[in-house]
Design a protein around this ligand. Structure first.
Ligand SMILES: [Zn+2]
Length: 275
């Protein structure tokens, strides 16, 4: 069985990072699929991401309902997560947020949101826009049931992000680190595109070849990806919660177990100093 404590700790870190990086504010949420039961996922109870602790995490089923008798208030829009997990078996983490810089692209038809900067490549070449009114008419624009969640998941299709007209976005990734990274760079990519439009002239988007090339070189636990996660967590005040699943220990093939233990001890004490 996977270490649930680590999963939940990572989810707390993800919440704090998204808050610190202004992707979410009082609203917005992030979830992770249960590693041993794909029909369940973890998400916080209804609370601002910046305030979330381990005890606030609840386990929900793919119908968006709690699997245990939990009377705590839940996010109204938890169905976004449930429906995306239901539709996409390869997706293990989902973010929903209202990041301001993404909003114009869900409203104005003239300019599509596409990758223009290297760190924005992971949003993928196609970012569909979901309009809740098309199927559900005049709602409060929030996703408050499974039918709405499923319609959004259908619009998302196999893409990484869907914009939600007049509301925000939903993003999906194979891992938590991936969806957080994508969600942090999505508004930045949007901002760069908007500023470039103000400068005028033709917009040069990343080419399909560039997007593919970056996707090929990506690994959720590479040194480069890990560097960002560690940095963001530390900046958000939860650096001491970070555990790296495949923490590299500088051991050559010839090294003995003793030197590996020594290196691990050294890394542990270095971590302690940071606190
Ligand atoms: Zn929302």
């Amino acid at each position: 069985m996977a270490n649930l404590d680590t999963i939940i700790k990572d989810l707390v870190i993800a919440n704090r990072i998204l808050a610190k990086e202004d992707v979410v504010d009082a609203y917005g949420h992030v979830s992770i699929r249960h590693p041993d039961n794909p029909k369940h996922f973890f998400i916080s109870r209804s609370l601002a991401p910046e305030l979330i602790e381990k005890e606030d995490i609840v386990e929900l089923g793919l119908d968006g309902q709690p699997v245990r008798d939990d009377k705590r208030a839940l996010y109204l829009e938890r169905f976004i997560h449930a429906a995306i997990f239901e539709a996409r078996p390869e997706v293990n983490a989902v973010v929903h947020a209202h990041a301001e810089d993404t909003l114009p692209f869900g409203i104005a038809a003239a300019t599509k949101l596409k990758p223009v900067i290297h760190s924005g490549s992971f949003i993928g070449p196609n970012v569909p826009v979901w309009d809740i009114a098309k199927k559900f008419g005049a709602t409060n624009v929030l996703v408050t049931n499974m039918a709405q969640g499923r319609d959004l998941a259908k619009c998302l299709g196999s893409n990484s992000v869907a914009l939600m007209r007049g509301h925000g976005f939903a993003s999906a990734g194979r891992s938590l680190i991936e969806v957080v990274r994508l969600s942090v760079y999505l508004p930045r990519n949007a901002r760069a595109l908007m500023k470039a439009k103000q400068l005028g002239g033709q917009i040069k988007y990343l080419s399909q070849g560039e997007i593919d090339s970056r996707a090929r070189g990506y690994s959720p636990y590479s040194v480069e990806t890990w560097r960002a996660w560690h940095y963001w967590a530390t900046k958000a005040g939860v650096g001491d919660m970070v555990t790296r699943p495949d923490a590299p220990v500088a051991v050559s093939k010839k090294s003995t177990k003793k030197s590996a233990k020594k290196a691990a001890k050294k890394s542990k004490s270095a971590k302690g100093k940071k606190r």
